[in-house]
Design a binder for this molecule. Structure first.
Ligand code: FO1
Length: 317
């Protein structure tokens, strides 16, 4: 069975660990968000790709959900001693090695998709991880503060500012020129099911859907999404701040409408959101908190079951 999943950061990676457990014999292709990517100290950092790679490869800092386990921060302290900015982004010593290897390969001319494949050869995540595009894209956020109205990198808004200043606009810089990475559209075309994890609908799933051709390719498939919003609040992270920035309310209903019924055929919501409905979408209520891998696997099994049911009915139609 071939499954495609679109994934962003921590919630997406934790869901994928459940999906892999729920479908151990399936070929899973993960299309990873690269809008979070940032260049720091001359190194290219790909937070969402690394979170998937480390989480599925067994190297993640579990309580943080990002960065490496058993981490030290000697390089970060030495950079700070030199007064090097920024100091608000916590890169650990082990994590630096990933960014050094990635930057070396990018500078040698390898596309990000091949670099990601090379890094995953070490980590063996048990899925094929492809960046949404080999072309550079970055999510920037327009804010107004004492320095006036300006755009900051998403990571500065997210990590330094903790989304404390409202985002007036969230822009995926480079979206117009970016093309899907090799293998992305083919994986979607060949998929038996497409599962959208409870990743951030704006800066993770939303960015992937902005890459030319991806939304259209998905609309031809059986797609089941898992709501990232439970009872009016994001399960984790600051999806509410991102949704507010695009004028979407923080509800399972509003996110389903944001994705739309041409894209989503099935939608898993928490039991308290069972009233959610949209023409053309099968909505099912169930527990959605991934407190451990088995809970994530149960949600993934429910999503796959709904996808099979919908694919069956589509065949019947
Ligand atoms: N998130 C934070 O809240 N604080 C950090 O210092 C931080 C550092 C960091 C370093 C590498 C990396 O891959 C991710 C990192 N993140 C950090 C998470 C990052 O901001 C992610 O992009 C978000 O969590 C959204 O996915």
């Amino acid at each position: 069975m071939r499954i495609v999943s679109l994934a962003g950061g921590i919630g997406g990676a934790r869901f994928l660990r459940g999906l892999r457990a729920a479908a151990p014999d399936a070929e899973i292709t993960v299309i990873g968000n690269t809008g979070d990517d940032i260049t720091l100290y001359g190194l290219r950092v790909c937070p969402d790709l690394d979170t998937v790679m480390y989480t599925l490869g067994g190297g993640i800092n579990e309580e943080q959900g990002w960065g490496r386990d058993k981490e030290t921060h000697t390089v970060k302290e030495e950079l700070a001693a030199y007064g090097v900015e920024p100091q608000w982004f916590g890169l650990g010593d082990r994590d630096f090695a990933t960014h050094i290897v990635r930057t070396q390969m990018l500078d040698a001319g390898y596309p990000l998709s091949q670099v990601t494949e090379a890094l995953c050869a070490r980590w063996q995540p048990g899925v094929r991880l492809i960046p949404m595009s080999d072309d550079r894209t970055e999510t920037h956020v327009v804010i107004t503060d004492d320095r006036g109205r300006r755009a900051v990198h998403f990571q500065e808004w997210w990590v330094r500012l903790r989304a404390s200043i409202p985002a007036e606009q969230i822009i995926l810089v480079g979206a117009d020129e970016a093309r899907p990475a090799p293998g992305v559209l083919q994986a979607i075309a060949e998929a038996d099911a497409v599962i959208m994890p409870p990743s951030n609908p704006v800066v993770s799933i939303g960015t992937i859907l902005q890459i030319k051709g991806i939304r259209e390719a998905l609309e031809g498939k059986t797609v089941v999404g898992v709501s990232p919003i439970v009872g009016g609040a994001p399960v984790r992270g600051m999806a509410d701040a991102c949704l507010a920035a695009i004028g979407v309310e923080t509800t399972a209903q509003a996110v389903l409408e944001l994705y739309g019924s041409p894209l989503v055929n099935g939608w898993l919501v928490a039991e308290e959101d069972a009233g959610v409905s949209l023409d053309g979408v099968q909505v099912r209520g169930r527990p959605l908190i991934m407190h451990d891998v088995e809970a994530a696997a149960a949600i993934a099994r429910a999503a796959l079951g709904l996808a099979a049911e919908l694919a069956g009915t589509e065949d019947a139609r």
